[in-house]
Write a protein that binds this ligand. Structure first.
Ligand code: GLN
Length: 192
């Protein structure tokens, strides 16, 4: 079950550590040739989404990753990773892959509340810890997107087919249940 983790910027190490705890194989995606190996899922970590888009383009990773995502490779975007997948971001036309039917609001909690931790209900997983760092939230959903978590009246996790996003960072907590949820998406996709 190799999972590719985009490792050009941001919080990719924490995802590696989480997958290690779950005994799931993973590798880093830093350049186009890293995509030559088989991959059953893709993680887009938190970081700085505009920097990531620039690096993805400069490193010639943008187009190959876009075609993997549109061909149905399961993908999990956390925070900046959510912004990379959003079809729309309020107030800007600087977008990433634009594959998921959500409109996101960047740095949505303002300066004061930019970073905080709380607990929230996540679909079938129950109450889990959530860490937000200069996080976006999801303004609105369309297409086939389903809401998985709402905190303070804002959508903070969603799924559309094989695309999973969280505005928070499950990889910064010791609760691995969201990663388990993603791994089970990858396993089901492999079987089908
Ligand atoms: N604020 C960042 C951005 O706009 C996202 C923050 C994060 O990934 N922790 O890209």
């Amino acid at each position: 079950m190799p999972i590719g983790i985009l490792a050009i910027q941001g919080a990719f190490r924490e995802h590696e550590m989480t997958l290690d705890r779950l005994h799931v194989k993973h590798f880093q995606i830093r350049q186009a040739k890293d995509l030559d190996q088989p991959m059953e899922g893709l993680i887009l970590p938190g970081g700085e989404s505009t920097t990531m888009v620039k690096l993805l383009t400069d490193l010639k990773l943008f187009e190959p990753l876009l075609s993997l995502i549109t061909s149905g490779l399961p993908v999990f975007g956390t925070c900046a990773g959510l912004l990379l997948l959003a079809k729309q971001i309020s107030g800007t036309d600087k977008l990433g892959f634009q594959t998921m039917s959500i409109r996101a609001k960047r740095n949505a909690y303002g300066r004061q509340l930019g970073s905080f931790a709380c607990e929230g209900h996540f679909a079938d997983l129950g109450i889990i810890p959530m860490v937000f760092i200069r996080a976006p939230y999801i303004d609105s959903i369309f297409g086939k997107t389903e809401i998985l978590a709402i905190v303070n009246d804002h959508i903070v996790a969603a799924r559309e087919n094989q695309q999973l996003v969280t505005a928070f960072h499950p990889e910064l907590t010791n609760d691995d249940s969201v990663h388990k949820y993603f791994i089970s998406m990858c396993q089901k996709n492999k079987k089908s």
